[in-house]
Structures are given as C-alpha cells and as structure tokens.
Design a protein around this ligand. Structure first.
Ligand code: ASP
Ligand code: MG
Length: 406
C-alpha cells in the first residue's frame, strides 16, 4: 500500500466527462489498495477568464479581491471531482485551501506555502476517504484567500505530498512526460524515463511549461518523488528524482528555449566600482528580473560596454529605468533588441565531462548562427541568438548531442 498524491491540470478536468474520467483513474488507484489525495486545477481556460473579469473592472486591482475571484475555478472542480468519485462508490470529500488549511504568506496573487495542516485528511485517508484538494489556493496571515501564482496547483500538489509524506506525487497533464526538447520543433524528441530535480528546475525556469518552477524547488527540498504523467493514457511518464537514483546518467538531458527574452546594451559605461550596482539596483527595485549579463573589458581603461537580458514584457520598463539613471551612470548610449531567444543545453553530466560547451558552439557555427551572449551554470550552457534561428538551433543541438530516439 502506498500513499499517493495525484494532481490533475486544467485540460484533464476541462468538462464533466473529463472529470468522470479522472474519477475512474483515481478509483483504480484506490482499488489497488492505495491512499489517495487529489489536487485539481480549474477547468482549462477558466482562470484566464477570471483574471480577465478582474482586469476589465480594474487593471490596478486590489490583490486580495483578485485572489477571491481567481481562486474560484478550483472550488468548482474540487467539488465536482468529489461528486464524481462518490458516484463511483468511492468515499470522497473536497477541501478548499482555507479548510485544510494551507497556510501561506501574505503576498496575494503570488503567495508561498508556509505549511499545511494534514492531520485530519490523513486520518480520513487512512479510513479510505479520498481527499480532493483545490489547488492554487491557501489562506494568508490576514485570514483571507490567497493564490500561488499562475500554474500554482503543481506547487499545491508537491507541498501536499511533502506534508502527508506521500510515496509519490503524480502530476497528470496533457503531455505524457518530459522530453529531450519540444516535440513540436523536433518530432524525434525522446521521452525521458527519469530526470534529476536540478535539471527539471533548469528546464522549468527556462520556459518548458511542464511544471511550475516553485513546485520543482519544493520537490527537491523535501525529496518528493514526482512523476509527470499523462491524464489520458496509462503509460509511465517521467520521474523527477534525486541524482543518485539515476544509474545511467545522460551527459545532456535536454535542450530548452525561451522566447521571452530582450537584450539591452549600454555603451560607454564608466569603468569604475559601483557601476554594476548602479545599473542593476534600480532594475531590482522595479522588480525587473535580469538574466544574462556580460561586461566587456575596457579598452581605454575608462569606459566599457554592458549587455544584459530581461523578460520581453519588462523591456519597456527596463529602458525607462536605465534612461532615468543616465545622468548618474554616465553611459553614452542605450540600445535594445526584443528579437532574441535563449537556447540552453542542460545536463548534470556536464559536471564531469569536458567539451560540452564546445559541441554547442561548433553545432551553431556550422549552421551560421551567431551567438550574442553566453552564460553558464554548473549544469547548463545558454546562448542568446536572433529569434529567426530558434528552430534551426534547437534541431542542430538535439542532433549534435545525439538526443533523438531510435
Ligand atoms: N488554475 C490556475 C492557473 O491556471 C492554477 C493551475 O492551473 O495550476 O494558473
Ligand atoms: Mg499547469
């Protein structure tokens, strides 16, 4: 007997028929003798619609009321899923975030889970009742409903799995696992049987929208065995686990990309202590995330060039922010380019193998693709290139590392 958390995303609970299908899958798990807690998202498209209602009334909305509205989608699906289970003869009860409760911090709209009271649902699960928990929501220190940021029901599921000490957390979604790259770009992309938390974290934060980044951080912190698996088929998915659980490590696990990049270059920046702090401090104060940064050596010993990237949607604000500081910083010119993308190769094997970056640079050079910015971490090499080369670059790299399935 195992204790399992199963999370179903929006496309899996998109209508009543699909919810009945989900209930049948849960029943199978119960019939196999397992204790099951379920976490559900809102029906596909519903959260977007709710966000739009709020924006239509006031773009500068009060975040507490935003949370009241956008959390409602999960209330509907948790109740319906409990009803569908009951109809199949499976004892089930729904739980909203405040009922468990799922305690969060007070950052409405983007709250973080502090802890989950799980005694009562564990008691009931031990008696054979399925707990159906509304994902994406909790209760803040102010006693009001909070939400966890878009895609947050993944995080609800992993946090619940950690709280009830589940043996596994299955994230059921419309893809059947984690692939070596986006199969829409490389049809021969291969499904991975296992991937490490660290690699998954890089993939998630690099724009592979399979899991919310925060959920992977939690899975890693609490060692939750997490499986990305289809809602619609019975095939095994991809297990996200500790590195030591993977016997045959691949050097490179995948190629990720992000279109959400924009490049800013400051030329003629004074080359003296405090300049970087002068530029990036105000950007941080404006909550603008800076990703890649390069600073050139100074040829004349007085000035240098600085290039960095921000999210596309932050470009305008970032430009306004550095332009406002022009006097203090004393740079001569600012230029920007939103038509760039970031392509990354990821793999824990990089730690112990030389030449990984070289393979990347050679493969790109052979296709005549110019690299604008490079950044690396222990298990990742990223390059910034012109957006029109995205598909070509991903295909070339997938081939260069021999990632295609047979
Ligand atoms: N329904 C929420 C959203 O669309 C949470 C989730 O689906 O994970 O962002
Ligand atoms: Mg999702």
């Amino acid at each position: 007997m195992a204790r399992i958390v199963k999370k179903f995303g929006g496309t899996s609970v998109a209508d009543v028929e699909k919810i009945q299908n989900v209930a049948r899958r849960i029943k199978k798990e119960v019939d196999a003798g397992n204790q099951v807690a379920v976490v559900v998202s809102a029906m596909a498209g519903v959260t977007n619609q709710l966000v739009k209602y709020v924006d239509d009334i006031n773009r500068l909305h009060d975040a507490r009321e935003y949370d009241v509205v956008v959390a409602s989608g999960e209330q509907v699906t948790s109740g319906l899923t409990a009803l569908a289970l009951q109809k199949l003869g499976v004892p089930a009860r729904s739980w909203l975030g405040w009922q468990l409760p799922v305690h969060t911090d007070g950052v409405h709209g983007k709250a973080r889970i502090a802890d989950i009271d799980s005694e009562e649902i564990i008691r009931r699960m031990e008696q054979g009742e399925v707990a159906v928990v509304a994902g994406f929501q909790g209760i803040g220190p102010d006693g009001r409903v909070t939400t966890l940021g878009r895609g947050g029901s993944d995080t609800s599921a992993v946090a619940l799995a950690a709280a009830i000490k589940a043996d596994r957390c299955d994230i059921h979604t419309d893809v059947d696992g984690v692939y070596t790259t986006d199969p829409r770009i490389v049809p021969k992309a291969r499904k991975l049987n296992k991937i490490t938390y660290e690699e998954m974290l890089e993939l998630a934060s690099l724009g592979a929208k399979v899991l919310q980044t925060r959920s992977v951080e939690l899975a890693m912190k609490y060692n939750v065995r997490t499986q990305v698996v289809s809602s619609f088929t019975d095939e095994p998915g991809t297990l996200v686990v500790n590195e030591d659980e993977i016997v045959e490590k691949e050097i490179i696990s995948g190629i990720a990309y992000s279109r959400d990049e924009a490049k800013i270059t400051l030329t003629g920046v004074a080359d003296r202590p405090g300049v970087a702090a002068g530029i990036f401090g105000p950007l941080a104060d404006a909550s603008i995330n800076v990703d890649m940064i390069v600073q050139n050596v100074s040829l004349d010993g007085k000035t240098t060039d600085m290039t960095f990237t921000v999210g596309k949607t932050d470009l305008e604000r970032a430009l306004l922010t550095v332009e406002a500081k022009k006097k203090d910083l004393g740079y001569s010119q600012v230029t920007s380019d939103p038509k760039v993308v970031k392509v990354s190769v990821i793999g824990v094997g990089m730690r112990s193998h030389a030449g990984i970056a070289q393979t990347m640079f050679t493969a790109l050079a052979e296709k005549g693709i110019n690299i604008q910015v490079i950044s690396t971490s222990e298990i990742k090499v990223s390059v910034l290139i012109a957006e029109e080369y995205l598909e070509l670059a991903v295909r070339a790299l997938h081939d260069a590392y021999g990632l295609s399935g047979e």
